[in-house]
Design a protein. Structure first.
Length: 111
């Protein structure tokens, strides 16, 4: 599990959410599935407003730059994510919206 800290786009307060993730090299990916619900999760809206985030995986913490990517823009990577955790693909079938995933690129050394 990964803890993602964002800045609330309305409140300006730090918001934390625990998410499943996929790691490829130094980049972590999280999926904004919202359980297949109609709307995007609030944390995705926050990331789109302010892409500077903090990430914690186990005891490791680091700052990262978040980039939201619609699954239709990078289908090969989306398929890799779905192969890692098949339920993400199932969630896409439950909604008419295009589910995005978020690329988290470290901007500081991990500690």
């Amino acid at each position: 599990m990964l803890i993602l800290e964002t800045r609330g786009r309305k409140s300006g307060l730090t918001r934390s959410v625990t998410l499943l993730y996929y790691q490829k090299d130094r980049i972590h990916y999280v999926v904004a599935s919202n359980g297949g619900r109609r709307g995007h999760p609030e944390w995705l809206l926050n990331v789109r407003q302010e892409p500077g985030v903090n990430v914690q995986v186990g005891a490791r913490r680091f700052a990262a730059l978040a980039r939201a990517i619609p699954s239709t823009d990078e289908p090969a990577l989306w398929n890799e994510l779905v192969n890692h955790y098949g339920v993400w693909g199932d969630y896409q079938k439950l909604t008419n919206r295009t589910i995005s995933f978020v690329e988290l690129v470290p901007t500081t050394r991990e500690n």
